[in-house]
Structure formats: C-alpha cells, structure tokens
Design a binder for this molecule. Structure first.
Ligand code: SF4
Length: 235
C-alpha cells in the first residue's frame, strides 16, 4: 500500500534523526524493570538527571516492589522530595509497588494494557517500559517529543495520544522506539522549548517552523490537552 505524503514526510524526517541520535534508550539509570518503572514515574515534570540523583538512595532502601509497598509514605516523600510533585509521586510509586505485589507476582507486567492499570502510569511510561525492558516496539511521547512533533508539523497540536497515533501510522513498528528516542534527543539538545537552535538543526530545511521563535509562533506555546491520569502528572 502506498503511504500518504504526510506519512512519507514523517518517515523521512525521522529516518534522518534516527541516523544522528542513535542512543535509543532511556537516559534514566536503572538495573531492573521495577527500577525503570519507578524512575519513569518520578521523571514526570522533572529532569532525568535529577531523578538519577534520587533513585540510588531510593532503591538502596527499597530494592524490591515488596519493600517499597511496605515503606511509610512519609519516608518515601522525604526521599523523593527533590523530584517535585513528591506527595502525588510517593502515592503513585507506593500504590504501583503494592499492585505489582498483589496482582502481578512482584513482576512488572510486559503489556501496555496491564501497565496503565498501575497508579501514576500512563501511555508514555508504559511504552518506555515495554520497549526498554521487554524489547517491544514503543512510541514514547513525552513533552519533548510533543513539542518537536508540533513544530515539525507532524501534528496540529501537542496532544500525546494524537501524536502516538500519527507516529504509529507513519512508521513501521520496528522503528517506533528509535524514532521516539531520536525525536526526544532533538527536543532536548536542539529544538529546546525556550531557544530552538534552528540554524544548527539537522532537519531545519524540512521544518515549517524554521526560524519562527517566541511571541510570533503561538502554536509552539499551545499546551497539550489534558490527558494525565487522576493519579498524577506524566510528561
Ligand atoms: S528547524 Fe527549528 S523549530 Fe524546526 S525542528 Fe529544528 S530547531 Fe525545531
């Protein structure tokens, strides 16, 4: 089947980025699926570097889902305080740990449908876990990917659900993970929120937002629609 022109364009731009940003893995430090799950929940509205400063102490105190499930909430809050939204996140990781123990035999489930039943876990987290832990295709739409996809004209707004569907339609599953990590790196290193480096951008000639900055580009400032779970932020 011949792909529509929009899909061809997305695939072509993503291919360029996949060839440049080849580190298709999370920037969060982890040594197990349990640790990755907790780290991703903590990374909402927080930098990966800050999460990586907090998690060694967290996992030393509570190295398993059972240990974390039994931990006092106040102590969890104190340990993760510097990641922001610490009360919500403490409840999320405690509740997720309890659910892992009670429903999943203390193991992290390997399907998106099961993962999103855990407190604090949305599709971004679930896609990251299935791809990084289980080698399955995952489209990880975080705040950087949302912003970059809107600027590149892949989507009309920054809604993560829409962007996931658009990328899934345009790319074969075996490129989903690499493409979303590459879009993330472009957003973190080049197409930053406040000061995109358009002259140095590897896909600048293909970008409809090239050189459009600040007040003149309202689309850039348009926030994503609210798709967060009631249990906490995810971005
Ligand atoms: S050309 Fe500018 S706005 Fe477009 S993707 Fe590159 S850095 Fe972002």
């Amino acid at each position: 089947m011949v792909k529509p022109a929009a899909d061809e364009r997305i695939s072509g731009i993503s291919e360029i980025l996949e060839g440049i940003f080849t580190d298709a893995k999370p920037l969060l430090a982890f040594s197990s699926c349990y640790e990755l799950l907790v780290a991703v929940i903590l990374s909402a509205q927080c930098t990966d570097d800050q999460v990586n400063l907090v998690t060694p102490a967290l996992f030393e105190k509570w190295p398993t889902p059972a240990a974390l499930a039994a931990a006092p909430i106040a102590e969890i809050e104190t340990t993760i305080r510097s990641t922001g939204f610490f009360r919500i996140k403490a409840r999320s990781i405690s509740g997720s740990a309890r659910m892992l123990v009670d429903r999943f035999g203390s193991r992290v489930p390997d399907t998106i449908d099961q993962l999103v039943t855990l407190p604090g876990v949305g599709r971004k987290t679930a896609n990251l876990v299935v791809s990084a832990c289980f080698g399955k295709p995952g489209i990880i739409v975080d705040t950087h990917v949302s912003r970059v996809c809107a600027r590149l004209g892949f989507s009309v707004d920054r809604d993560p659900g829409d962007i996931e569907r658009i990328l899934a339609a345009a790319l074969p599953p075996d490129r989903w993970t690499a493409a979303s990590h590459a879009l993330n790196r472009l957003g973190k290193r080049v197409c930053t929120a406040r000061k995109p480096d358009c002259p140095g951008c590897p896909v600048g000639p293909r970008c409809p937002s090239l050189g459009r900055t600040g007040e003149t580009d309202r689309a850039w400032l348009k926030p994503p629609r609210q798709t967060r779970k009631a249990s906490g932020p995810e971005a």
